[in-house]
Design a protein around this ligand. Structure first.
Ligand SMILES: Nc1ncnc2c1ncn2[C@@H]1O[C@H](COP(=O)(O)OP(=O)(O)O)[C@@H](O)[C@H]1O
Ligand SMILES: [Mg+2]
Length: 315
């Protein structure tokens, strides 16, 4: 479990895994291989670009990223870095593209018909959307946890061995099950009932099981889309404690509509908004307003729109 293989290129997945291709969109065409360098004039991630946060280890560099559903823009021109072993929170009003943007980081937008990602996202300075990148391998390295716990209708044990089996990992399954449950702070609660159906667990336990399941394939990054919104305050506190633990070993990006949660758990916060762009029509595009240290965003934001949002005057 501790043998990280993140230094290997993303194109080394088993040959049986089918790369999933994406339409690169019209505003910019990502280069076809990681070696051919960025499309824009900016430096690529990890090489000291002018993006905020570029000094610390950078896992993702998003450069001028836009996402359209059909011809409708959902999110436009987002440039930011995600730093390693930090928790980055995405906040902003409903519909501003937080989930859409989060999905860009493990290419799950590729699976949504009509979704088109343009711009560039580097993962360890490698173009995540290059033609030869294996999207299946991307999703192994960059796991995801959703709003509603979604365990498989199988035993707790089988939920945790599924990923390693699909990925043909040569591991001791008992060990993977125990290690991932311990990491997700669930072992003590379920060690005596591993053969029980996952649905027999409480909502909070199911969500920790889903986090444990994400850990079984040895990811580097965990994307969480409002992981506590279906949970009560005690279960939420458990997940928040867990995130703080996991941060030592993993890079976490969390979407949350709960500003207190962003303030409590995250190191950096990105505030997005969706404003009406012109008087002629009422179309809204999500945009990044600012990103910074969470303490600064919540105490002394640079942009008035952030201040209005966090003080509850808007959204
Ligand atoms: N699968 C989809 N098909 C079409 N439009 C979508 C889809 N998912 C999201 N959208 C649209 O994209 C915009 C951003 O949505 P979303 O990323 O879910 O925002 P948030 O997570 O901030 O609430 C919204 O206008 C939403 O209606
Ligand atoms: Mg959302």
């Amino acid at each position: 479990m501790d043998q990280r293989i993140t230094s290997e290129p993303l194109t080394t997945a088993p040959s049986t895994a089918q790369p999933i291709r994406i339409d690169a969109g019209s505003s910019a065409t990502p280069s076809t291989s990681a070696a051919s360098g960025p499309v824009w004039s900016q430096d690529s991630a990890g090489s000291g670009s002018d993006r905020p946060g570029a000094s610390k280890g950078v896992v993702f560099g998003a450069n001028d990223v836009s996402v359209h559903y059909g011809s409708a823009p959902a999110l436009v021109n987002v440039t930011l870095d995600i730093r390693e072993r930090e928790i980055t929170a995405f906040i902003g009003p409903s519909g501003c593209g937080k989930s859409t943007f989060l999905r860009c980081f493990n290419r799950t937008n590729d699976l949504i018909p009509g979704a088109k990602v343009s711009g560039r996202i580097d993962y360890h300075a490698q173009n995540l959307y290059a033609k030869d990148v294996d999207a299946v391998e991307v999703r192994r390295r960059i796991g995801m946890v959703f709003q509603k716990p979604n365990p498989f209708p199988k035993s707790i044990y089988d939920n945790l061995t599924f990923g390693p089996k699909v990925n043909r990992m040569k591991v001791d399954f008992d060990e993977v099950v125990e290690t991932s449950l311990r990491r997700a702070a669930l072992w003590d609660e379920v060690k005596g009932k591993l053969k029980q159906n996952a649905y027999s667990l409480s909502g909070g336990q199911q969500q920790r099981l889903c986090i444990a399941r994400a850990l079984t394939v040895d990811p580097e990054v965990i994307l969480m889309d409002e992981p506590c919104s279906a949970l009560d305050p005690i279960a939420t506190a458990h997940i928040e404690d867990l995130m703080r633990e996991l941060e030592h070993d993993y890079t976490i990006v969390i979407v949350t509509h709960n500003m207190q949660q962003a303030a409590r758990v995250s190191d950096r916060t990105a505030f997005f908004t969706a404003e009406i762009e012109s008087e002629d029509d009422d179309r809204r595009f999500g945009r990044l307003v600012e990103i910074g240290d969470t303490s600064k965003i919540f105490s002394n934001p640079t942009d008035k729109r952030t201040e209005d949002y966090i003080s509850g005057r808007f959204g």
